[in-house]
Design a protein. Structure first.
Length: 420
């Protein structure tokens, strides 16, 4: 099969790494990809949100399967675009319909879906700008901190957690005034849940599903989970707190009702669902849906997956997932993200990267890299994810740290406590 992956980050490199292993893969393409994906296939300079340009890429390269990495083209309806186009509707595409993508594209839509299907989640209220008094009254009923979420996509930056009531009220007004653009025209106010967070993933055809390995990612820039939030500084899999009993609750109380809800509401869905779960005293609560794999969680989930992922994608499209069984590596996997100095705020690009050829005991997934004048350089805040295996979290982490230390670029920073 000729396969096209949309996206250019570490998630897409990890997907390509896994897809490249399949004997079913003939030619592999990325739009736009990065310096790492170029070693797996062909990078094409196409904006994945330009559906007409994606169509031409698919037709010119005789693509059989498209895997959508990021959420934005899904929310904008790329699956519907393929389905409604006579030249594209025979191409397999991994992702939900535009309606299904609202599970991530609209926090309000997702919360209402959870309530319709009795899925445990935090108390909430969706607020528009003209209803600010109701919002303040609702927050008075909550214990701080206060969670404010922009309804729409905000590049991973649309969630505020605020301890002070007056500050929360001010930030609510700022969000309605355009702090996150159109994404915060509606703001979802949520009860803060105390517990440990983890990510659970399934592959579904809208009726059947397979549960992939779970993961936990680390958002804060500083060790000890301090400092600013980022797109993710590392991840582990498996998650020690997610024992058999807890995962059984997740499946019965969250996964099954979600899939049944998708089926009963006739939502077109052929792809991944990411469940953001909070473990509160041994009971799972759903924080959010994502309609694609996470980054950097993909970099620990896929290395644990023994199955041929292309074979799973084909079964997904043929409604044969129920015939498949997930096979998982039973050891531990840790990924550590190397970032540019100054991230997640201001940072420089175009910094020369040295010595990646010395990394031989870990998998190196590129996130923000490029080739300029024949040299490998940084091209983003998150530059690499270094993924290592071990019989324990500690041994996997130490191997990842050793590999991370081998790579050199000015301003390099990474957390050494991922999984500790």
């Amino acid at each position: 099969m000729n396969i096209l992956i949309l996206g250019s980050g570490g998630r897409e490199h990890a997907l390509g790494w896994k897809i490249r292993q399949s004997p079913l893969t003939k030619h592999l393409f990325f739009a736009q990809g990065n310096a790492g994906t170029a070693s797996l296939g062909i990078n094409i300079n196409v904006d994945y949100n330009d559906f007409e340009a994606v169509k031409q890429t698919v037709l010119e390269n005789k693509i059989d399967l498209v895997v959508v990495g990021p959420e934005e083209p899904l929310v904008k309806g790329i699956v519907n675009y393929f389905f409604n186009d006579k030249e594209l509707n025979g191409v397999k595409i991994i992702g939900p319909s535009k309606n299904g993508a609202q599970l991530e594209g609209s926090k309000d839509f997702a919360k209402k879906f959870m309530h319709r299907h009795n899925i445990p989640t935090a108390r909430y209220l969706s607020i528009k700008s003209h209803n600010i008094v109701a919002a303040m009254d609702f927050m008075k009923q909550l214990q701080p901190p206060y969670v404010l979420k922009a309804d729409g996509l905000a590049g991973g930056k649309g969630v505020l957690i605020i301890d002070d009531y007056a500050q929360a009220c001010l930030e609510l007004k700022n969000m309605h005034a355009g702090k996150f653009g159109d994404a915060s025209k509606i703001v979802v106010i949520e009860e803060f849940l105390k517990g440990s967070e983890l990510s659970v993933f399934v592959l579904t055809d809208g009726e059947n599903y397979l549960i992939l390995p779970e993961a936990k990612d680390y958002k804060r820039i500083g060790e000890g989970n301090t400092g600013l939030n980022t797109g993710g500084m590392g991840a582990i899999s498996p998650v020690p707190a997610a024992d058999t009993d807890f995962m059984k609750k997740v499946e019965e109380q969250i996964i099954k009702p979600t899939i049944n809800g998708i089926k009963s509401e006739k939502i077109g869905y052929k792809g991944f669902i990411f469940f953001g779960i909070m473990n509160v005293n041994g009971n799972p609560y759903l924080i959010e849906y994502n309609v694609r794999m996470g980054d950097p969680e993909t970099q620990v989930v896929l290395p644990r997956l023994k199955n041929d992922i292309v074979d799973l994608f084909i079964a997904l499209h043929n409604k044969q997932l129920q015939e498949k069984t997930i096979e998982i590596y039973n050891g531990f996997v840790v990924t550590i993200v190397l970032v540019s100095g100054g991230y997640p705020e201001n940072y420089n690009k175009g910094i020369k990267i040295l010595n990646i050829e010395n990394v031989d005991n870990s998998i190196l997934f590129h996130s923000g890299t490029a080739i300029e004048y024949g040299k490998l350089v940084t091209n983003g805040g998150r530059v690499f994810a270094v993924t290592s295996f071990g019989e324990t979290i500690e041994s996997a982490r130490e191997q990842a740290i050793d590999s991370a230390n081998l790579i050199n670029f000015e301003g390099k920073y990474f957390r050494k406590d991922i999984g500790s």
